[in-house]
Design a binder for this molecule. Sequence first.
Ligand code: UDP
Length: 365
Amino acid sequence: MTRPLLLALAGTRPEVIKLAPLILALQGLEGFRVALGVTGQHQGLLAQALSDCGLEAEFDLAVMEPNQALGPLLGKILSGLEEPLRTLAPAAVIVQGDTTSALAGALAAFYQGIPVAHVEAGLRSGNLAVPFPEEANRRQIASVARWHFAPSPDAAEALVREGVPRERIEVTGNTVIDACLAQAADAQIPPSLALPPGRLVLVTLHRREITQAPDVLAGVLGAIASLARNHPELAFALPAHPSVAAAAERALGELANVRLLPPQPYPVFLALLREACLAISDSGGVQEEGPALGTPVAVIRAETERPEAIEAGGVVLTGLDPTAIEAVAERLLREPARTPSFPYGRGGASAKIAATLARAILADA
Ligand code: UDP
């Protein structure tokens, strides 16, 4: 008898990073085959993350095109998955988070009657339009998923409020903590980057709400520039997402204590985050990794679907107003160094998810 296949799907860097420890945990189980399919939603960053995590994709839909609208992207992934899902006939499809790839993967599996496991289920900002389109994506994934792996008790309660039966929800913590703890311990800042640990501020920006609103982007970059001018004793490192690289070069390129870098390999990024005295970021993952590494994070967003990080302390929402961004950053820079905190679990999420999936699939086989 052929062993049942568990097929994980990913389209972007964070999905690969967060699925990698789960794939590793599933590979350790007897009686299953595990494969990863990728959509290529963010081709360059995806390829780097696959290599950072030592993963190879079974298939790649290579859907990326410049400035692709969401509708055609969703359509392309949905139809692209039709054939691989039929041929591979997985016992379950695993999607992570809230991207268009995750939504298309969940729908494509659902249409073929394949049960869907949703990793990082139940995150809610409460505002359907923010973050866009991720909040809507994750709600729709929840409506078709069979297993909902929630990173926190609050995320589980959000699902219960939306009518998901409790027995389909498991609070596991976030698999990113597995990835982060496994990779951060030995990670070092390469000497070639010449960035000073302890006097480092790490900046990342990539969300549509900022990068596709020129006035907002100019304001945010202006706040970073002003902070850099007021703190010549600090080095600001900005591994620039492709969507922000050109604007960052224009706004910050002349400043001696700002280093614009290409996207960094995951272990290097973790080393930078661990050694930074502050992160300024609109990233979801950085709100999870920052607390685990004891690094405060000024979150450049109006709302967050990760309130647990804020309650744990050290993660502070700034909104999008430049004055407020500067004020929060200044306050966090004055605070004493933090010890790590774990609003998304202390690791072990991947092992829990793998065990639940294995039990359920063997029971069905
Ligand atoms: N990251 C990375 N290299 C970088 C910037 C980020 O490996 O140069 C990692 C980071 O540690 C986190 C993930 O990418 O795990 C976050 O991705 P992103 O901010 O693009 O997406 P989000 O988390 O907001 O969905």
